[in-house]
Structure formats: C-alpha cells, structure tokens
Design a protein around this ligand. Structure first.
Ligand SMILES: [Zn+2]
Length: 324
C-alpha cells in the first residue's frame, strides 16, 4: 500500500518546496480535502459504465499509476497532425510543432524534465524551440516542472486565472512559479498557425483547463481535446468543503463544458484517460489512426461523471446522517 499512498499524494498535493515524496506536509491545494473523511486508501463507491467497472480508488490508480510509471519514459510518438507525445507512462506531456516554434502542454514533475527533453530530441525536435508552455491543472504531477522548463527554454508560461494561486504556491527547490500571461475561459493561444483554446473545466482544480485544438491529417481536420481532468480523487471533499464551498457546482460545470466540446481525438493529462498504451500498440500495425476515437471521449466523460455523482451521493448521505 505504500506505493499507492505515495501515488495519491503525488496527484493531490500542490507541491511546494518539499520534494513530492515528503508527504508530511499534506495536501495544500485548494481542492484538497479540508477535514476528516473516508481514508484515501479505501476503494470508495463503485460505478459501471458500458461494462467498465471502477472504484473511486481504481479509477484514480488507472490515472496516476505507480511511482515508476510517473517517471519512466513512454516511447515518444506522433499522435496526429503536428501533435506528439513526450511524457512518461502515466503523466502526459504533449508537443505541438509549428513553423514558428513549439508548444509544450505539461511539464509534469520537475524530475521528469530531462526525460521530456530526451523525448523531444528523439522525435527530431529541439528542446529550445519550445516557445510556449501550457498546463492541464495546478497539481505537481502536471506542472511542477514549469520553472525548470522556463529556465532551460525561455518559453512563455501561460495559465488560466483560476489556477494562478495554486501555481504560485508550487515552488520546487524554492523556485518561483513563472507565469508570463494569464488567460480566462474561452481565450486562446496561437503560434505558427495552431490555436489552442482554453476551456475552464474546474472541480479537480479551480482552474483546471481542457485545451482544444484542430489537427490536420490526410486532408481532413480533426477536433482534438486535451482533458485537464474530471477526476474525483480519493480524499476529495465534495460536501462542506470549507476551502472550495462550490466544488460540486464547479464539477457540474466541467461536465457540462466537456459534453459540449466536439471531439475526434481525446487526449488527457494522464494517458489512462484515453487508453494511450492500447492505441500506441495499434500504431505499429498500420491502418486507421487509433487516436481518432470520438466514442472513447464520450465514454471517459461518462465514467468520470458517474464517479463524481457516486462520490457526491455518498458524501451527501454521510453528511445528512451526521457522519464526518
Ligand atoms: Zn490532479
């Protein structure tokens, strides 16, 4: 269970100066649990959607993997059009290549930055060509490495306003978290003919961002969605959350936004959100691009929303009966 506990903290804690393995400091992010609740290693409610069964814990584990998964390079590969995968086995990082320089989505942990650099170079691109750095949400497993990437590449770091306080609190090795430009819901980032639109899909973090862009391949244009996270992690307090009183409404908003987005190619801050491994294995066999999977996007949103509703119902029931 030890590995699991570390994994949970890895995703929940908005990492500050302490290395992530120092779990003494406990969760500090706005969305983190603010009081006693079900232990974060208990399975939690179970949901089944289209034959896929998860507990709250197993869905979380599917996303974060173990410590090795978080730090081991996954073979870098082209996804579609100008979008490439440069992350680890369980922490996604995407490189979007344009004639005027490249965009990186997610630095992940600071200790993964060298791995991301290696992946970028193995694909034949220059790390120093990263001009813009974006993120999925202000948790350490997705954005702790921002300061180092900024240092190494000079990239402009752009974040959604609602995540700025949590990002500012993320200071690996005491480094200030760089934020060069603040966006609001619906605003976009353009470089070399590629535009990414920022959609505020809060709940998992206050400024959790789902990025959308278009990719061209074989004369066709595809809608790509990079899911920020719709996850209800073990320990999330959805009822009577003193830090984020409207957290349940924020999740509701996220699901509404998610369902309105056209999507041909689902991607996400954790590869488990879009079955990367299985799709990557299909690449070698040729045939249609396996990453084109509109049904997979709907299924993922359905799974995440079913889990959110189940966890919310459980916590509402507990609150009504006076249990913590
Ligand atoms: Zn997270």
């Amino acid at each position: 269970m030890k590995r699991l506990a570390l994994g949970i903290f890895a995703c929940l804690v908005s990492v500050s100066a302490a290395p992530v393995m120092n779990t003494n400091q406990g969760p500090t992010a706005g969305q983190a649990p603010s009081g006693p609740g079900r232990g974060s290693q208990e399975p939690g409610p179970t949901i089944t959607v289209q034959g896929h069964t998860f507990t709250q814990l197993s869905l979380f584990q599917r996303n974060v993997g173990g410590r090795d998964d978080q730090t081991t390079q996954f073979p870098p590969h082209k996804i579609i059009g100008n979008i490439y995968y440069v992350g680890t086995r369980s922490l996604a990082a995407f490189l979007i290549v344009t004639p005027q320089g490249n965009i990186l989505v997610n630095s992940t942990y600071e200790r993964n930055v060298a791995t991301i650099q290696k992946s970028v170079e193995q694909l034949g691109f220059k790390f120093s060509d990263i001009k813009i750095l974006l993120g999925s949400h202000a948790h350490g497993d997705h954005q702790e490495g921002d300061a180092l990437i900024k240092q190494l590449t000079g990239a402009q770091v752009i974040a959604l306003a609602e995540d700025v306080p949590a990002l500012r609190a993320m200071k690996p090795g005491g480094k200030e978290h760089p934020i060069d430009k603040v966006l609001h819901d619906g605003e976009s980032v353009t470089l070399g003919g590629t535009t990414l639109v920022a959609h505020l899909t809060p709940g998992h973090s206050r400024g959790c961002t789902t990025w959308t862009l278009k990719a061209q391949e074989g004369g066709k244009t595809y809608d790509v969605v990079i899911i920020g996270s719709f996850g209800t992690n073990p320990g999330f307090k959805l009822v009577n959350n003193a830090d984020v009183p409207g957290i349940a409404e924020e999740f509701n908003r996220a699901f509404k936004v998610a369902r309105a987005l056209p999507c041909d190619v689902p991607l996400g801050s954790h590869p488990g959100m879009y079955n990367m491994e299985e799709k990557y294995a299909k690449l070698a066999k040729g045939g249609p691009n396996p990453f084109i999977d509109p049904a997979g996007y709907k299924l993922e949103v359905d799974i995440d929303e079913a889990m959110f509703r189940a966890v919310l119902a459980e916590q509402q029931k507990a609150a009504a009966s006076g249990r913590p």
